[in-house]
Design a binder for this molecule. Structure first.
Ligand code: FAD
Length: 288
């Protein structure tokens, strides 16, 4: 199903993000990922998205996962795709390849320049240029990334939102947001994007916190604010992984319930980190 159909229905769409496991010669992590997805299937997700290593580092594994989700689990799928440092011809070839898998959707991203790269092509500088290219050359439904608190490189939120508009004008149909722990900041973002004429559906990025270490690592890579209540809880429980997990579930449940009640959000997109437990508990709590 295309993004335009998934997000047109008027019901809140549940979706998950997964990533291709690294260092998995035995295939053990891949089998584990498939069984976690089996468990999450019972909540009737509208979509599963699969991340992409900037520069195409895990391309083949991503395609295996994509075809498993689509053919075996029979869930709509959305590969992520980055353009940074890539040549136009390579991007063209990959897009042709994914269309062979009957894929209908794509999350078009710029990506971040890999640290170890020797040659970085500048055929595409920003995601809006990739959106334009995909729109012109394929029939794919296109999603783009949004940052409720602004992208880390952007001088301010308003400038970042103007750049978001470029992606929507180029053909972006749905916005998937970066994780956000502050609903007020998200509502402020929605108001701002509506004001400049962005009216496409927005899927809110939910990160169920799984461990203190993982949380610290993810926070160092993004400009995301942490509400005091959450921060205090994490500091209190950081030595006990079960308590941290429970705090993450309770916090995300409360946050999602308030988003659902607001009726302002079109989707909840769970950053599952390839694990089903916390996402399942949150969806149970929400009555799914
Ligand atoms: P852009 O929209 O191009 O924005 C990047 C920066 O440039 C912003 O600061 C923006 O304000 C500015 N900008 C944009 N357009 C212009 C313009 N025309 N002129 C001047 N400035 C401009 N990364 C991966 O490597 N793999 C993934 O699978 C992946 N999945 C993601 C999924 C989601 C939902 C999100 C939110 C992010 C994901 N990322 C992924 C991270 C993403 O690649 C980085 O955040 C990257 O730095 C920005 O990508 P973008 O598509 O948002 O870039």
């Amino acid at each position: 199903m295309k993004l335009s159909d998934i997000y047109k229905i008027g019901e809140l769409a549940i979706s998950y993000e997964v990533f291709p496991p690294k260092d998995d010669e035995s295939g053990e992590k891949l089998s584990k990922l498939y069984s976690e997805l089996e468990m999450l299937k019972k909540y009737n997700p509208s979509l599963v998205s699969v991340t992409y290593g900037a520069g195409g580092s895990n391309r083949n594994l991503s395609l295996d996962i994509i075809s498993y989700i689509y053919d075996t689990l029979q869930i709509s799928v959305m590969p992520h795709f980055t353009c940074i440092c890539s040549k136009k011809e390579d991007i063209e070839t990959y897009l042709k390849e994914i269309e062979k898998y009957n894929i209908e959707n794509i999350l078009a991203l710029r990506g971040d320049e890999p640290k170890d790269i020797t040659v970085c092509y500048r055929d595409f500088r920003y995601a809006n240029e990739l959106v334009d290219f995909i729109k012109t050359n394929t029939d794919l439904s296109i999603a783009v990334a949004g940052y409720p608190e602004g992208h880390i490189d952007a001088p301010d939120l308003d400038t970042d939102i103007l750049n978001l508009k470029r992606k929507i004008c180029a053909g972006g149909e749905v916005i998937f947001t970066q994780m956000c722990f502050n609903n007020d900041k998200f509502f402020n973002y929605l108001e701002k994007i509506n004001k400049i004429g962005i009216n496409v559906p927005v899927a809110f990025g939910v990160l169920p916190i799984l461990s203190y270490k993982q949380f610290e690592k993810m926070m160092s890579m993004a400009s995301v604010s942490i509400p005091k209540k959450l921060l205090n809880g994490l500091e209190r429980y950081k030595e006990n992984s079960d308590d941290v997990k429970k705090l993450g579930i309770d916090f995300a449940t409360e946050q999602c319930q308030a988003l659902i009640d607001s009726k302002l959000v079109s989707g909840l997109h769970f950053y599952t980190l390839n694990k089903s437990y916390s996402t399942s508990r949150i969806l149970d709590n929400l009555g799914y």
